[in-house]
Design a binder for this molecule. Structure first.
Ligand SMILES: C[S@@+](CC[C@H](N)C(=O)[O-])C[C@H]1O[C@@H](n2cnc3c(N)ncnc32)[C@H](O)[C@@H]1O
Length: 286
C-alpha cells in the first residue's frame, strides 16, 4: 500500500500541466525526472518500446544524417540506438537536468563521442541538423507550437524531425478510476491527470503543419501493460519520474477509493491493465 507521504506528484493528482505557469511546470518536469534518474531504466519498458518504434519509423534518414540532435535524452537509451545506427554522425544529446545527462554519459561511455548538453529543448538552439529526434519527450513541452516552428528552422533543407510521444488516452483507466473515486466521495471536482492534457495524433499533425512541415507521417498504437496491483503501477510510474510536475498530494481516503475503483473496474486474473497511447511522427523539411 502506498503511504500518504509517498504520494506527492503521483500522476494526475492535481491540475494538468497546461493550466499552470510554464516556468513552474518546466521546473517540476526537470525535478521529477532528475530525481528518478537512477530508477528510470528499471521501469521504462514502454519508453524503450517507443524508442525502437521511432528508430524504425525514421528509416534511412538516421543512417544518412551527418548532424543529429536528440532532445530529452534522459538516461540515454535512444542515444545508444542512434549511435549504433550511425557511427559517423556528429551527435548532440540534451536534457533538462545534469543528473540525466550524467546517467546517459555513463551508459554510453566516452567512446560514443556524444556532445552532451544540459538545456531546455524549447529554448532557442544553435546549429543546423539533418535529424532532430526525441523519444517520449514532446508530451512534456509547454509551448509545443512555438517549439516545433523553432525546430523547423534548426533543420537543414531536407532535414527530418522525428519523435514519439504519448497521447491523451494514456492511463485512461487511472483517469476513469480517479473520476469515479472522486464522485463516490462527493468531491466537488475530479482532479485531471497530466496525460489528459497531452496532444492526440490529430493535434500533433496540425501543429506540424502550422510549424511549416507540409507533410508528416503519424502513426498511433494503443498498448496495454499489466501490473499485479494498482499500488505497484503507481510506484513504477513514480519511479520513472513521469508524474505531475506540480506535486499535489491527495487524501488517503481518495487514494483508497481510487485503488478500489481501479481494481474493481479493471482488475482481471490478478492483474490490472494500464493503457499507453503511443504516437510516432516523422516530418521532413521540404
Ligand atoms: C519519459 S523521459 C524519456 C527519456 C528518453 N528519451 C527515453 O526514451 O528513455 C522524458 C525526458 O524528457 C526530458 N524533457 C522533458 N522536457 C524537456 C525539455 N523541454 N527539454 C529537454 N528535455 C526535456 C525529461 O527531463 C526526461 O528526461
Amino acid at each position: 500500500m502506498l503511504e500518504h507521504n509517498e504520494l506527492k506528484g503521483l500522476p494526475g493528482l492535481g491540475p494538468a500541466p497546461y493550466t499552470l505557469n510554464c516556468m513552474d511546470v518546466k521546473q517540476g518536469i526537470r525535478r521529477n525526472f532528475a530525481r528518478r534518474a537512477r530508477s528510470y531504466d528499471q521501469h521504462a519498458g514502454m519508453q524503450r518500446r517507443m524508442a525502437h518504434g521511432l528508430v524504425a519509423a525514421v528509416g534511412d534518414s538516421l543512417a544518412r544524417a551527418g548532424h543529429i540532435l536528440e532532445i530529452g535524452c534522459g538516461t540515454g537509451y535512444l542515444t545508444g540506438l542512434l549511435r549504433q545506427a550511425n557511427r559517423e554522425a556528429r551527435l548532440v544529446a540534451l536534457d533538462l537536468d545534469v543528473a540525466l545527462i550524467s546517467a546517459a554519459r555513463r551508459r554510453l561511455g566516452p567512446e560514443a563521442a556524444v556532445a552532451w548538453l544540459v538545456a531546455d529543448g524549447e529554448a532557442p538552439l544553435r546549429g543546423e541538423y539533418d535529424l532532430i529526434i526525441a523519444n517520449a519527450t514532446f508530451q512534456w513541452f509547454t509551448r509545443p507550437e512555438e517549439t516545433l516552428a523553432a525546430l523547423y528552422r534548426n533543420l537543414a533543407p531536407g532535414g527530418v524531425l522525428a519523435f514519439s510521444t504519448l497521447g491523451p488516452q494514456t492511463f485512461q483507466e487511472l483517469a476513469a478510476a480517479l473520476n469515479q473515486a472522486a464522485r463516490s466521495l462527493n468531491l466537488p471536482a475530479t482532479p485531471p491527470i497530466p496525460a489528459q492534457g497531452f496532444g492526440d495524433r490529430e493535434t500533433w499533425s496540425h501543429r506540424l503543419y502550422r510549424a511549416g512541415f507540409p507533410q508528416a507521417r503519424l502513426a498511433r498504437k494503443m498498448v496495454t501493460a499489466t501490473f499485479p496491483s494498482v499500488q505497484k503501477f503507481l510506484k513504477a510510474l513514480q519511479a520513472t519520474g513521469a508524474t505531475n510536475p506540480r506535486p499535489c498530494p491527495i487524501s488517503p481516503r481518495l487514494l483508497h477509493a481510487l485503488i478500489a475503483a481501479y481494481q474493481t473496474g479493471y482488475g482481471r486474473d490478478g492483474a490490472i491493465p494500464v493503457s499507453y497511447d503511443m504516437i510516432w511522427a516523422v516530418a521532413e523539411k521540404s
